[in-house]
Design a protein. Structure first.
Length: 94
């Protein structure tokens, strides 16, 4: 597998569907802000976007661990794969 190349092995259609749902929610958030809608309604919609993206992240990580990392741990690239995962977690905490 080439570095940086995303290869969804499983759930690709479901991931794309969830991303499109998140995009739709985000569009709604933007429209609500532009229209000056009630703050709590905007926040609820924003939380829906974040929840959808978190679920996508979980699915992608599970796929990565199942396919990419499992194979790398059996080979020479285990340290590299583990470092990549740790970096992603660090970025997610900021």
């Amino acid at each position: 597998m080439e570095e940086g190349q995303a290869k969804m092995q499983k759930d690709k259609e479901q991931i794309v569907k969830r991303l499109k749902t998140a995009r739709g929610h985000l569009g709604r958030v933007i429209k609500m802000v532009e229209e000056g809608k009630y703050c709590i309604d905007i926040l609820q919609q924003s939380l829906a976007v974040q929840a959808a993206l978190k679920r996508v992240d979980e699915m992608i990580l599970a796929d990565h661990l199942t396919h990419c990392v499992r194979g790398a741990l059996e080979g020479k690239e285990k340290d590299k794969q583990l470092e990549e995962i740790l970096e992603v977690f660090k970025k997610g905490r900021n």
